[in-house]
Write a protein that binds this ligand. Structure first.
Ligand code: SF4
Length: 142
């Protein structure tokens, strides 16, 4: 899933990738997400990485211990996160955009301070790492 062709991302993983700081659900999950986020998106030229939106398990989910086929054992919570993020970022399955375009869309559509509501139910949200990354993205605007 991380080879040639666009990266496949479900809607809420755009913001998760912005906030990722090396924490995850298992060693293999974290290694895979690090390879994608640090190794591709945040690497030189990473803004050009093409991403295709999917409604099911994606490149981040692939080695997750909670994945069940194309679904997730936390299905209801994940569906709510995906629906909320898809709405605010105007994403639908099949859409293609670069990581740079995704960050621009996050800057335009997700105000700092909004993750408590947008990401309600996510176990990582209370840590504040994603909110800090969102604030940093807004600060980059100058
Ligand atoms: S708080 Fe959770 S759902 Fe929201 S961006 Fe962070 S990891 Fe993703």
């Amino acid at each position: 899933m991380t080879g040639a062709g666009p990266l496949r991302y479900r809607p809420h993983h755009f913001l998760c990738s912005l906030g990722f700081q090396g924490k995850g659900y298992s060693e293999t999950f974290t290694a895979n997400m690090s390879a994608i986020v640090m190794g591709r998106l945040r690497a030189p030229g990473g803004d050009e990485t093409l991403i295709e939106v999917t409604g099911t398990a994606d490149a981040i989910c692939a080695p997750c211990p909670k994945r069940q086929g194309e679904g997730c054992e936390a299905g209801g919570k994940i569906a709510r996160l995906d629906a909320a993020h898809a709405y605010v970022l105007n994403l639908a399955p099949g859409d293609r955009l670069t990581w740079g375009e995704a960050k621009a869309r996050i800057r335009a559509s997700v105000p700092a301070g909004s993750l408590r509501q947008l990401c309600a139910g996510c176990e990582w949200e209370p840590l504040g790492l994603c909110e800090a990354a969102l604030a940093a993205l807004h600060a980059e605007e100058g």
